[in-house]
Design a binder for this molecule. Structure first.
Ligand code: PLP
Length: 418
């Protein structure tokens, strides 16, 4: 007998009555912009990841902008990062008048390959007095690059921006020493990595991503991530100066935040100390975030259970490559991304899945394949990133997904690719 066709979405955010009620209470309180609930969310988030400070923002993109600025990235500098990421990673560098220099990835973890990083530092940079300088600034001076508008871009290395892609931690134990040698800070793009854990000592001790292994880590609360506030972000850090800078910049450079002024019981005349932005999270979003935080451990555990089914059932499918959990990391599997050896099979496979009611999405993009970056980075520049992106497929994964639905996806994918 033919099997019934099911309807399996790519994801369903885990939101319930608790979030709805918390949002309603925030509305009824009359304080709807950044206020007491944002402060409470920051505190709870910092405690969860084990960081000294957390600064809520309107998104991860804005968090990255603030963290890179607080890290001292300046116009005319370059930042080493990956192309194999959502385009916001690269764009945030450009917001500062700096330019990303892309490092290729490890095709198993989808993250920056530390060996490639070492190679690029050695081959493409030269030490000049106080810093490392990119040898080929001319290459970057084209198209929409801010370098095309800067008179003499220096190409000095300002930071390394490491991404913890799709909930698989980056290999910071190997990246941090390289950054130290280069004399630059590491900023972590932890957009998809809420709930991930990392070991810097070969698996003896484990810490949450965001504990601030680098100078700062930036998270996203977009609905495609585990914990959602609709949109939203967070910078975590152990550095009081980074915390202070991010707080100031996210709210127009205002010397005294509204909440402090409100609670002061005396007249306070605020000043605007620097050119800041409006990157605030609202109290309505923070109220939702506080409830979401309570669900985080369950979301991680459930995703890990379902991912283990995918890993078990899809191993040994010819032409299909699976992600892996690195020895130094505990994945949350924010997305379960597989990739096909033969990229020409991807679209037919996704269509065949859809015919069985199974939603899928194309895998992780490459910024350098898109118009704003491809002039400086023609096809073939980053072979591993290109291979994984072109053949990449995101499979459905969300905590409410039934194990039997996971098996249904595996059965059909095996058949389609078999
Ligand atoms: C790696 C990475 N960085 C940054 C972002 C941007 O996050 P947001 O949508 O919160 O600005 C995303 C979003 O998908 C992401 O995956």
């Amino acid at each position: 007998m033919a099997e019934d066709i099911r309807k399996i979405p790519i994801l369903i955010p885990l939101l319930g009555d608790e979030e709805a009620q918390a949002a309603a209470e925030a509305v009824k309180s009359g304080w709807v912009t950044q206020g007491p609930r944002v402060a409470a969310f920051e505190q709870a988030f910092a405690a969860k990841v084990g960081a000294a400070y957390a600064v809520a923002t309107s998104s991860c993109t804005t968090a990255l902008h603030l963290a890179l600025q607080a890290a001292g990235v300046e116009p005319g500098q370059v930042v080493l990062t990956v192309s194999h990421s959502f385009i916001a990673t690269a764009n945030a560098v450009r917001y500062l008048g700096a330019e990303p220099v892309f490092v290729d990835i490890d095709p198993v973890t989808y993250n920056m390959d530390p060996e490639q990083l070492a190679l690029v530092l050695e081959r493409d940079f030269q030490r000049n007095g106080d810093g490392l300088y990119y040898r080929n600034v001319q290459r970057l001076t084209c198209g929409e690059s801010p370098f095309a508008r800067i008179k003499e871009p220096q190409g000095r290395l300002g930071a390394i921006l490491a991404v913890h892609q799709v909930g698989v931690p980056a290999d910071l134990a190997r990246i941090l020493p390289l950054a130290d040698q280069a004399g630059v800070p590491v900023v972590e793009d932890a957009a998809p990595a809420v709930g991930c854990q990392l070991s810097l000592d070969g698996g003896h001790t484990w810490e949450m991503v965001g504990r601030s292994h680098g100078l700062a880590a930036c998270f996203s609360f977009h609905p495609r991530k585990l914990l959602t506030t609709g949109d939203g972000g967070m910078v975590t850090t152990n550095d009081p100066e980074v915390d202070r800078a991010c707080r100031l910049l996210r709210q127009h450079g205002m010397s005294v935040p509204d909440l402090t002024r409100h609670q002061a019981g005396k007249v306070i005349m605020e000043q605007y100390l620097t050119t800041g932005y409006n990157y605030r999270l609202t109290d309505i979003q923070a109220a939702v975030g506080l409830e979401q935080l309570k669900r985080l451990d369950y979301m991680v555990e459930r995703r890990r259970e379902l991912a283990s089914i995918y890993l078990r059932e899809l191993k040994d499918v010819p032409g299909l490559n699976l992600p892996a959990e690195p020895a130094y990391g505990r994945n949350t599997w924010q997305s379960f991304v597989v990739w096909l050896d033969d990229a020409s099979h991807r679209l037919p496979a996704m269509e065949a899945l859809l015919a069985q009611g199974i939603s899928s999405r194309q895998g992780i993009m490459n910024a350098h394949a898109e118009p704003p970056y491809r002039l400086a980075w023609p096809k073939g520049s980053l072979p591993q990133s290109e291979k994984v992106s072109q053949g990449g497929i995101v499979l459905p994964l969300y905590p409410q997904m039934a194990e039997d639905d996971c098996l249904y996806v595996c059965r059909h994918l095996r058949r389609i690719l078999g």
